[in-house]
Design a protein around this ligand. Structure first.
Ligand SMILES: Cc1cc2nc3c(=O)[nH]c(=O)nc-3n(C[C@H](O)[C@H](O)[C@H](O)COP(=O)(O)OP(=O)(O)OC[C@H]3O[C@@H](n4cnc5c(N)ncnc54)[C@H](O)[C@@H]3O)c2cc1C
Length: 533
């Protein structure tokens, strides 16, 4: 393999796949894409339900990070999954597609991030999207990523949509990715005919045969190589051997919100006191690398119902039935993790919804070993805070690149997030108690009727809140002292190095963040090309 490239892209996830594909589409620019995980040929990464069901905690698909005990949630320790495969987390995620609302991006712009307002971002989303049936005016029609409505959602999804409308007074929303986000909908997903449309499929499959793009899997980058303050390449383990590969123009980190800040710190960009502790020479002192860690805190409100739900089909007969549905008609239970989605205001005077409440057509208990499906038909509503305010942090465990970082989630550290979740719990209960759900409801399961007062709800939320699998913000974009990258995603204080992935998100957006992660990849690649001219 040649050792010198124009660009080296680290990580082939939601953002990195877009970056490598866009930079190499001229047929000339020499691009090397290094991915620590394996190829995504397995069926696990094709049938949507199998990604989260089998991929999670599988060491061939998931980095399997584990957090420290979180004092803001009664010492809970979480498993934080991150995709470790071509396509990154887009190859194992729930495939829900949410852009976020105007307020999210106008806020980014108000923070000083020129080029990231809502009006700037809509064309970027449109550029990446390809609406499955071409019918939507909201979505782009010619992009790389197929976006469609969930095919064959569980019948109670429609009831959920009606129930949210009844409780909130907002009409059902046919497309929450348009100008109006509030309301309930059948979820929109990155799928084609019910099959997962990861960024590997969208961007890398069509680009794979380009002579100027080299994609190497099982290639884990250990650090960025600097000459003075200029990034000149990376050191990576390939075929069991540490090798230095050089980038003539730039090194682009798209290793995700956990590994991009880790790589910066291992390479000498971070808190000098902490780097010194591990004998890492300081290239640029910036104590904010790894800080500003954000999530969508979420918990579950569950009820027993009198209609068959997906947890009742976790047996041979159910697998055969759902596999047949998937193969013959496309979609059905094998295609969706959560078929219904809603954006809700906890207080009517809010300009934008502060809650996302998801509908899951199965019920489960959370145990030490993980999720245990219930043996009775059940559904789950999952409220989570949109623009959460709590901030966690991430630090090096040691100076060894093989060691996972230390993650302090602090997920309910800010009282605002707890307050919004308590409101979300109460609204979820109202949804379950609605006229729309009345014919189907057998009883509330968790929390039970003993949870009534705000204090009881707060205790329940602290005990059961888990991450929405949307960590971000650890290499915050901005123009202030806390910025790790500037609004053109260049790492502050050094040359020829950018972070282009969900780590740069300055404030988490309203909704699942795969769409914005891909958009960051698209926009980042465009900036790299513009700056090269
Ligand atoms: C289980 C799960 C369910 C989710 N569900 C949804 C959903 O339904 N909808 C939604 O919008 N979002 C969802 N998300 C979140 C969303 O998928 C991620 O936030 C998004 O994919 C992040 O994109 P990224 O490019 O920042 O990182 P990633 O997609 O995680 O990509 C990072 C890539 O870099 C590689 N890498 C890391 N370190 C190195 C290294 N040192 N050397 C080489 N390669 C490296 C990784 O292996 C990976 O391929 C989910 C996430 C998970 C884990």
């Amino acid at each position: 393999m040649q050792t010198d490239w124009d660009y080296i892209v680290v990580g082939s996830g939601s953002a990195g796949a877009a970056v490598a594909s866009r930079l190499s589409e001229d047929g000339k620019t020499q691009v090397l894409l290094l991915e620590a995980g394996r190829k995504d040929t397995s069926i696990i990464y094709k049938v949507p339900i199998l990604g989260p069901m089998i991929g999670l905690k599988d060491k061939n698909s998931d980095w399997g990070f584990k957090t420290e005990a979180d004092p803001s949630r009664q010492g809970r320790i979480d498993h934080w999954p991150r995709g470790k495969v071509l396509g990154g987390s887009s190859s194992i995620n729930g495939t829900i597609y949410v852009r976020g609302n105007r307020g999210d991006y106008d806020h980014w712009r108000q923070l000083g991030n020129v080029g990231w307002s809502y009006d700037d971002m809509v064309p970027v989303f449109k550029r990446l999207e390809r609406n499955e049936d071409g019918a939507s005016d909201v979505y782009g029609k010619n992009g790389a990523v197929v976006v469609s409505e969930t095919r064959g959602p569980h019948p109670l999804t429609k009831v959920f949509v009606e129930a949210v409308s009844e409780v909130t007074g907002c009409p059902p929303n046919p497309d929450y990715n348009g100008e109006v986000q509030v309301g309930a909908s059948v979820a929109h997903v990155t799928q084609k005919n019910g099959w997962r449309y990861s960024t590997s499929r969208a961007y890398l499959a069509p680009a794979r045969h380009r002579a100027n793009l080299k994609i190497v899997t099982h290639a884990e980058v250990a650090r960025v190589v600097f000459e003075g303050k200029v990034a000149v390449g990376v050191e990576a383990r390939i075929d069991g051997e540490l090798r230095v590969l050089r980038a003539r123009r730039e090194v682009l980190l798209s290793a995700g919100s956990i590994n991009s800040p880790k790589l910066l710190m291992l390479s000498g960009i971070g808190d000098p006191a902490k780097l010194g502790q591990f004998g890492i020479p300081v290239v640029h002192a910036n104590p904010w690398v790894g800080r500003n860690l954000q999530e969508h805190p979420a918990f579950q409100v569950k009820a027993l119902v009198n209609v068959k739900t997906s947890n009742m089909e976790s047996n041979v007969a159910g697998y055969i039935k759902n596999a047949a549905w998937f193969l013959l008609r496309g979609g059905g239970p094998a295609s969706h993790v959560l078929p219904g989605i809603s954006f809700v205001k906890s207080r009517p005077e809010l300009e934008y919804p502060d809650l996302e409440i998801q509908f899951v057509a199965f019920g489960y208990d959370t145990t030490e070993e993980g999720l245990k499906l219930l043996d009775r038909p059940a559904i789950t509503l999952q409220p989570n805070v949109n623009r959460s305010r709590s901030r966690g942090r991430l630090e090096l465990r040691s100076g060894r690149w093989q060691d996972p970082p230390v993650i302090h989630p602090n997920m309910l550290g800010d009282p605002y997030d707890l307050e919004v979740l308590v409101a979300g719990g109460k609204i979820s209960r109202q949804i379950l108690r609605s006229r729309a759900f009345a014919p189907y409801l057998v009883g509330e399961y968790q929390p039970d009727a003993s949870v009534q007062t705000d204090g009881q709800w707060a205790d329940y939320v602290r005990q059961w809140t888990t991450p929405g699998h949307h960590p971000c913000g650890t290499c915050k974009m901005g123009v202030d002292d806390q910025a790790v990258v500037d609004p053109r995603l260049r790492v502050v204080g050094v040359d020829r190095l950018r972070v282009i992935d969900s780590a740069i998100i300055p404030q988490i957006t309203s909704g699942n963040i795969n769409a914005i992660s891909i958009a960051i990849g698209e926009k980042g690649a465009q900036m790299v090309r513009e700056d090269a001219r």
